[in-house]
Design a protein around this ligand. Sequence first.
Ligand SMILES: *Cc1c(COP(=O)(O)O)cnc(C)c1O
Length: 498
Amino acid sequence: MLYLSTRNNKIEKKPSEAVLEGIAKDGGLYMPKSFEGVDFPMDQLSKMTNKEISAQVIALLFKGDKMLEDEKGELEGAYKLVSKAYDGKFDNEDFAPLSKVADAYVMELYHGPTCAFKDVALQLLPQLVSASKKATGMKDEIVILTATSGDTGSAALSGFSNVDGVKIIVFYPRNGVSAVQERQMVSVDGKNTCVCSVGGNFDDAQSGVKSIFANLKLPQGVQLSSANSINIGRLAPQVAYYFKAYRDLMANGEIKMGDKVNFIVPTGNFGDILAGYFAKKMGLPVGQLVCASNTNKVLTDFFEEGVYNKNREFYLTKSPSMDILISSNLERLLYLVCGSERCASYMKQLKENGEYKLTEKELATIRKEFDAGFCDDIETLKTIKDVYEKEGYLMDTHTAVAWNVYEKWLKKTGDKNKTVVLSTASPYKFSSSVMNALGKEYDGEFDAVNKLYEYTKAKIPSSLVNIESKAIVHNVTVEKDEMQDFVDKMVNKKVWMD
Ligand SMILES: *Cc1c(COP(=O)(O)O)cnc(C)c1O
């Protein structure tokens, strides 16, 4: 398998090169050259374990790359990487259990070490990076540079902590993440980790990181890379759980082989839902993929009107991990629908004018596979309360956005296929909002975790038990114009922590 840039289909890279680079030199994202010959063996699905499904997906998407080399073949090579990534890391034996709620299924993707779905990808990405370094013979040290609004930072730190040949620096907005998210990050004690708050908001931190990528002169033997979902090594691991959900629905007798299943996905950067589209391209019988947004509904408008317009007000919502106006991975869908030339032109218009418009034909092609909807904060909190009271099922704010959109979508379409709603965070990760939704009192965010337990008796994820007593090992802070100097100092420093 070779990978091409979404903006220039003449740039060809091996999977390991694409994983190490993260983003193509022309600013495009890496995409498989073709989905031909990457058919998932559906006839074996019902007998496969979770790890076998993940290994199969990786072996297909990264076929022929030295990173999968193993004396027993590439599938076994992939299986070893998957085992290293997942064994003993998830609270639940099944890393993506399905729960039946009303007539749908909720797929809980939050049983990993930091309680958000990003763990599924960010536990495996470090293994793919290490294997890619070996495969390409790269000797340089890789420094992962990440700006986070909360979930990515802790999941990336957890995944990359103490991985050989890699260091990681995470910047987060000083007053822009929750107390739980902050403590998750500043208590990670891997010797190769560095966590730093920035005086500014998430966009300041993100712009700072982008400018460092463009401007920082690195010492010999050091390369920067990214843990964001623009990296194909982060997208690929997510494809597996769509197959897994299908296997479980067959096992429950809800569907038989060949039946179509819909997926409703709470969306920010469009990575998670795009993984579902990859699964469809690889042969999974997917009905509709429904993109659920919060008040930052740039994607809902896009799917309705064919116009992507980021020139609009930005809202801070109760589902902060979806507060985003530029959904990077949408570029990969555009590439599949319009080809690299038009894709490059749309991305240029987005950069210059903040806007682009699809042709009617392009929009119609996309609408055959995707639908979209949104819900605001009031609806989000009401959904948490209603579902808890009617169904006895507790969900976080991001999942509630998806559930609300599911109900509206079902009413609109009357669709009869089985539907899976993706749940992307533990309700405990956003305890204060969930407590507000349930109309309950608490004193500060850590107290909200304990009170939520007292009220619901839902199991607290092990990593959040006594989170407030976890020792703080990182306490650096910089102003936004000091970020580059800070990274410069760090990349020149051999030992970070004793
Ligand atoms: C990152 C995140 C999302 C959005 O996922 P994308 O792949 O960026 O669309 C949704 N929910 C939670 C809890 C997240 O952390």
